[in-house]
Design a protein around this ligand. Structure first.
Ligand code: FAD
Length: 419
């Protein structure tokens, strides 16, 4: 009884830090900032920290659940050293994590395997193009949230869509969206746009009935007007970023098999390279490998390494979740950011994704040599810089780049989805 009360108190209060639908680790910085003045926030976090500490101690004492106790300890440590916004946010995340870990151990979290193939890595039943343009599926928006800070370049939204369990997909696939209305030029319906799915197959709410998208609002900067020209804004991304709960979305797919995880060997290393919304499939991967109680997560013993390139720290995507995984699985998850407008590369220029990767070129090549799979997702423009860098490294190592690349492709270790 005491356990239940403590957990309810913890989860209830920590909801203030977790406005997204994910019951586990979703925390948004800008929302945390809305919580009254600084001293009130500190007081609230101190209370949360105390509750987290109590839960952790109780968890360890009663069930020997070390993960809950550790997460709670972390929450207390962070809360005790709160002195700026970032720490407040991390404090919120730690408290939510403590709640989740406590729930997992104390509540006896259920296995999640109702959407698995048999065996779970068998890709022969991956659904592809079940819904087509002529007979699309109608999904319903659960929530649409801006997930970048005020100084981000542009707006990116996390959109959760309810498919009522009728539109299953695998991590790494995309959904098509047909924006409403017709084209101005010929009065025909708009064409379908693809969006990588940003959740695992179970959805952020783990029901298997939702999926999430990570969408950047496409705007058009008019050099003559020296302002955004709304007449030329992107049709589908603006439609999606403007949706409200309950809105209907015409959808096709699921599309693509290029970005699937080859799960048969659970010791496989993954190198995930993203710019901007290219992060979407990797959020699904990370949730599948580390957040869930699936056979895939239980079996995973490899290392997943994420490189994300964005303009500045306000433009980081899902950082709270990735930091959480990094702290809980330091040996199995690595995280490296390239912030082009905040960091410099070794030559003093802007830090782009290829510069960050180059810092670890020996390790990247070594991992690929040993069978790691590498993924690239994001804007098309990312690939030339990355390939030039890889080519330069290969040359220094005395490798024939074309042959090296051919080998990776032949062994299906090279996955590219850029747009
Ligand atoms: P459109 O209406 O198609 O316009 C395209 C661009 O042209 C816009 O920037 C617009 O401002 C500009 N434009 C419009 N009119 C004019 C004009 N008259 N003159 C000059 N410029 C003009 N996107 C994401 O955000 N997240 C994802 O996860 C994602 N995943 C993808 C996965 C795949 C496999 C692919 C192929 C694409 C993915 N995309 C993703 C991109 C997405 O499909 C769309 O291309 C993107 O959202 C822009 O579509 P839109 O309808 O908003 O813009």
């Amino acid at each position: 009884m005491i356990r239940i009360v403590l957990l309810l108190a913890l989860v209830g209060t920590s909801a203030a830090f977790a406005p997204q639908a994910s019951p586990q680790f979703a925390v948004r910085g800008d929302v945390a900032l809305e919580m009254g003045n600084g001293s009130k926030r500190k007081a609230a976090l101190k209370t949360l920290g105390k509750v987290a500490g109590a839960v952790g101690t109780f968890a360890l004492a009663t069930t020997g659940a070390p993960e809950a106790a550790l997460a709670a300890k972390k929450a207390v440590e962070v809360v005790e050293t709160v002195d700026n916004t970032k720490k407040l946010i991390v404090g919120g995340a730690a408290v939510v994590a403590a709640g989740a870990a406590g729930m997992k151990f104390l509540g006896g979290e259920k296995k999640q395997d109702f959407l698995e193939a048999n065996p779970y890595w068998d890709q022969s039943t991956v659904p592809v193009n079940v819904y087509k343009n002529k007979e699309p599926f109608t999904g319903k928006v659960v929530s649409t949230k801006r997930i970048v800070g005020p100084k981000a370049t542009g707006e990116t939204c996390h959109i959760i869509i309810d498919h009522n369990g009728k539109f299953p997909y695998w991590e790494g696939q995309s959904w098509g969206v047909i924006p409403p209305g017709v084209r101005e030029k010929d009065g025909k319906p708009h064409s379908v746009r693809l969006y990588s799915i940003a959740s695992s197959r179970y959805g952020d709410d783990m029901t298997g009935k939702t999926g999430s998208l990570c969408v950047r609002r496409a705007t058009y900067w008019c050099p003559e007007l020296k302002a955004d020209d709304p007449a030329k804004k992107g049709i589908c991304s603006n439609f999606l970023c403007d949706t409200k709960p309950g809105d209907e979305i015409q959808m096709t797919g699921p599309a693509g098999k290029v970005m699937l995880l080859p799960e048969e060997d659970p010791t496989t290393d993954y190198i995930m390279v993203a710019t901007g919304t290219g992060i979407a499939p990797y959020r699904g991967f990370v949730r599948r490998l580390f957040f869930e109680k699936t056979p895939a997560a239980e079996a995973y013993k490899g290392q997943a390494w994420l490189f994300l390139g964005v303009a500045n720290s306000d433009a980081l995507l899902y950082d709270d979740e990735f930091q959480d995984v990094k702290s809980r699985y330091p040996d199995n998850f690595r995280l490296d950011y390239a912030l082009s407008r905040e960091q410099n590369n070794s030559k003093g220029g802007k830090m782009y994704i290829q510069d960050k990767m180059e810092e670890y070129a020996d390790e990247v090549f070594d991992k690929l040599d040993k069978g790691a799979h590498i993924y690239f997702c994001g804007l098309k423009g990312m690939m030339p810089g990355i390939q030039d860098m890889l080519q330069g490294v290969a040359k220094k190592k005395g490798l024939d780049y074309e042959e090296w690349l051919k080998g990776l492709k032949a062994k299906k270790q090279w996955h590219v989805e850029v747009y």
